[in-house]
Write a protein that binds this ligand. Structure first.
Ligand code: NDP
Length: 234
């Protein structure tokens, strides 16, 4: 069965690997982008998740092309790291708005049709930092921790309607975001990873496609780490 899938921020990085994994199994996959366009085989919709109007327009466009979104992956995210004492209100709220409120906006919009269909899969891409915290990442870790509350509340609200909401919490994955970290910091992080290596975007994607599968229909409100053991114990 070919399903209508939306991956926010699916034009690159982890989101692109997730989008390609769904496309490879025959789903109709849309991705949001903010001007870059979308790679071959994916429907690109221009959308900044900080705008409720743009989110609504993106869903309308996807509905016309692929039908209502049945599987939503809220992946779009940013960092703006600095220590607590230096962090401005603007830095805090900007990251919350993109990562957490953005995820809320797309989940709310998707849920309307999911309720009608009495079927839906929502996966939030959080981070190990959401559970463990991260020095210099008060804004980012708050946004990622918030996703757990959102997913679990949705599970309670919509669980009887065939809708699941789960969280995937990646650890240290090789992407543009982690490539931007200083070498010294990368080494420090790696020293704490029981698996002794960075994860791949494909390894995150396989957890997401599993949570979106029929086989995972009884899993909801879960936080699934894909972190080589970095966050064990949460
Ligand atoms: P990238 O920086 O490679 O990509 C970020 C994506 O988010 C881009 O597609 C970007 O779009 C999109 N995006 C950012 N802000 C917005 C916005 N306001 N509206 C719409 N799209 C937006 O990140 P990664 O692939 O590394 O990360 C993907 C997700 O995984 C993020 O949520 C991140 O927090 C999380 N994560 C990543 C880890 C890692 O090790 N890389 C570890 C744990 C979690 P555009 O191209 O337009 O900029």
């Amino acid at each position: 069965m070919s399903r209508s899938v939306l991956v926010t921020g699916g034009n690159r990085g982890i989101g692109l690997a997730i989008a390609q994994a769904f496309a490879a199994r025959g789903d109709k996959v849309a991705v949001t982008h903010r001007g870059s366009g979308a790679p071959e085989g994916l429907l690109g919709v221009k959308c900044d998740v900080t705008s409720t109007a743009e989110v609504d327009a993106a869903f309308t466009e996807i509905e016309a092309a692929h039908g209502p979104v049945e599987i939503l992956v809220a992946n779009a995210g940013i960092t703006d790291d600095t220590l607590l004492l230096r962090m401005s209100d603007e830095q805090f709220t900007r990251v919350l708005d993109a990562n957490l409120t953005g995820a809320f906006r797309v989940a709310q919009r998707a849920s309307k049709n999911m309720l009608r269909a009495r079927y839906g899969r929502i996966v939030f891409i959080s981070s190990v930092v959401g559970l463990a915290g991260g020095a210099g990442q008060v804004n980012y870790s708050a946004s990622k921790a918030g996703m757990v509350g959102v997913a679990r509340s949705i599970s309670r609200e919509l669980g009887t309607r065939g809708i699941t909401a789960n969280v995937v919490a990646p650890g240290f994955i090789t992407t543009d975001m982690t490539d931007a970290l200083p070498e010294e910091r990368r080494k420090q992080i790696l020293a704490q990873v029981p698996a002794g290596r960075y994860g791949s975007v494909e390894e995150v994607a396989s957890a997401v496609t599993f949570l979106a599968s029929d086989q995972a229909g009884y899993i909801t409100g879960a936080v699934v780490p894909v972190d080589g053991g970095l966050g064990m114990g949460h």
